[in-house]
Design a protein around this ligand. Structure first.
Ligand code: HEC
Length: 206
């Protein structure tokens, strides 16, 4: 070994081994300090509300549709503005006698016809004249409507297919978050018509 190490080639040959031994015999470097887990950024009520509105499917009925490459898709330029006022619906759908089909909807999925007459998805944007802005609606009215199923929390029944019985199971905090989010979205002026009564029925009380 001694003789071997004396030669230049020997040193060269032995060097990697020496390095390797040195490397192995050294204590492992201290583990890099674990990055501090960033505290989850606090979610504002409006941010929480956005999640609830998105997964709660509100856009399915309250946002009109446009034709995209794969068929109808929500027209987000009119997000949550309800049934488009320019699409006039004059009378309820009349299923053929004996037909298994009972309900109908427009291709925007914003007007719905059934035994209750015709309902039109409301404008949920903060527009002052036609939406939830303008002081007619308030957080309190909004919560009452979604919890009691009464129009604006006090009058006629909210009509199908508005799935308020599901949403009424949300906590007040979550419903307030939805309200807070809806106040932040772009206002869209769109006057949604009043519901139509079923064929042959007296006009529904407002
Ligand atoms: C399956 C369709 C559908 C879905 C999904 C839906 N809505 Fe509705 N919504 C309607 C229809 C239709 C009306 C109009 C009912 C009426 O005139 O009585 C309505 C009405 C409303 C109203 C007005 C209630 C009132 O007092 O007159 C509010 C507020 C509302 N929806 C909020 C929401 C929110 C928030 C979501 C999602 C969390 C949602 N809706 C999801 C169909 C839907």
């Amino acid at each position: 070994m001694r003789r071997f190490l004396k030669t230049r080639a020997g040193w060269l040959a032995a060097a990697p081994l020496a390095l390797a031994v040195t490397a192995c015999s050294q204590p492992p470097p201290p583990p890099a300090a674990a990055p501090a887990t960033p505290a989850a950024p606090a979610q504002s009520p409006a941010e929480r509300g956005k999640v609830l509105v998105t997964v709660g499917g509100c856009n399915d009925c309250h946002t009109t549709k446009k034709l995209g490459p794969n068929g109808p898709e929500p027209d987000m330029s009119k997000m949550l503005a309800g049934h488009p006022e320019e699409i006039k619906v004059a009378a309820p759908y009349k299923p053929a006698a004996g037909s298994v089909w009972a309900y109908a909807t427009t291709d925007t999925l914003t007007a719905w016809s059934g035994p209750w007459g015709v309902s039109f998805a409301a404008n949920l944007t903060p527009d002052k004249n036609t939406g939830l802005g303008g002081g007619v609606w308030s957080e309190e009215t909004f919560l009452k409507a979604l919890k009691t199923g009464k129009h604006m929390g006090t009058s006629r029944d909210i009509l199908p297919p508005m799935p308020w019985p599901w949403y009424s199971q949300l906590s007040d905090e979550d419903l307030k978050a939805i309200w807070a989010y809806l106040q932040t979205i772009p206002a869209v002026a769109n006057h949604v018509p009043d519901p139509l009564p079923p064929a042959g029925a007296p006009p529904a009380a407002k």
